[in-house]
Write a protein that binds this ligand. Structure first.
Ligand SMILES: Nc1ncnc2c1ncn2[C@@H]1O[C@H](COP(=O)(O)OP(=O)(O)O)[C@@H](O)[C@H]1O
Ligand SMILES: [Mg+2]
Length: 256
């Protein structure tokens, strides 16, 4: 899947910190752990620290809202937690697997099995229809459906997000809110154990946003799926049991 930003090259620093997390015997693995996660970018004007020493553990089934002002590092953090971008240093474990000990292909396979991701900019494939975009994760190896079954599952989900009449539309012929709902359907379709979404209701009116939030929390309730949502939407944040506030690339608060 295309990245929102080109990933930077791995550094020797993050290779040498790729250690195995010590675990208590019989402790169920958390959905996600991040330790000492840093992201610094260097350009002509100098070096900029986007994320600084982020540490967090998310247990299975948790609902987490990541909050913070524009530019505080929310999208960068979500991209790192999904292994879509590479940190300058630090580690992320997804269901106990060290993401940056895997190569890009290995991370993609791990994501395909476990993770749905909704990009802030949607990232729909322009040459595929709404239906084909949503069918893609099923055809790409989640292994749950093929052919007609994939089409049926994708059609049902598109109907559930209010797009039954838009199955054959290409992304350029859909409004921002419609593209956002296709992106949500695509992230949901393989019933991922963990769903990450970057401002998933950002382009929706209040009523559509509410029905999308219902869909997100239904997945959490029915499947025990873990939700990690970046959001400015107070209603959506209030429905999450845990809120993590970022300020200038650091965690300012983490709690109920
Ligand atoms: N690849 C990059 N190169 C330079 N600056 C970046 C890059 N990615 C993000 N930034 C900067 O890092 C900060 C955090 O970005 P981002 O994670 O998108 O914030 P948020 O999602 O909270 O609005 C912003 O100031 C942004 O301009
Ligand atoms: Mg953002």
């Amino acid at each position: 899947m295309a990245n929102e930003r080109a990933p930077s090259a791995p550094t020797t620093e993050n290779l040498t910190t790729a250690t195995v997390m010590p675990l208590e015997p019989h402790t169920p693995l958390p959905a996600l752990q991040a330790r000492a996660l840093c992201k610094t970018v260097v350009d002509a004007s100098g070096s900029l620290t986007i994320l600084d020493d982020i540490n967090l553990t998310v247990e299975r089934g948790e609902t987490v809202a990541i909050l913070g002002a524009s530019g505080s590092g929310k999208s960068t953090l979500l991209g790192l937690l999904a292994g879509l971008d590479v940190p300058s240093s630090g580690s992320v474990w997804l269901f106990g697997e060290e993401l940056f000990a895997l190569d890009e292909d290995g991370r993609a396979k791990l994501r395909a099995r476990n993770l749905g991701f909704v990009f802030q900019s949607f990232q729909l494939l322009p040459h595929l229809t709404a239906l084909e975009n949503v069918m893609l994760p099923l055809e790409l190896g989640a292994g749950t459906a093929a052919g007609n079954a994939a089409a049926q599952t994708a059609t049902e989900l598109l109907a559930r997000v209010g797009l039954r009449e838009r199955l054959g539309h290409y992304p350029t012929t859909l409004s921002g809110g419609e593209q956002q709902r296709v992106a949500l359907a695509r992230a949901f379709v393989a019933r991922p154990a963990i769903l990450m979404a970057d401002e998933p209701t950002g382009s929706l009116d209040a009523r559509t946003g509410e029905s999308i939030a219902d869909l997100l929390f239904d997945l959490n309730r029915e499947r025990g799926s873990t939700l990690i949502l970046v959001t400015h939407d107070a209603y959506l944040a209030a429905r999450c049991a845990r809120k993590i506030s970022l300020h200038a690339g650091r965690i300012l608060a983490d709690g109920a």
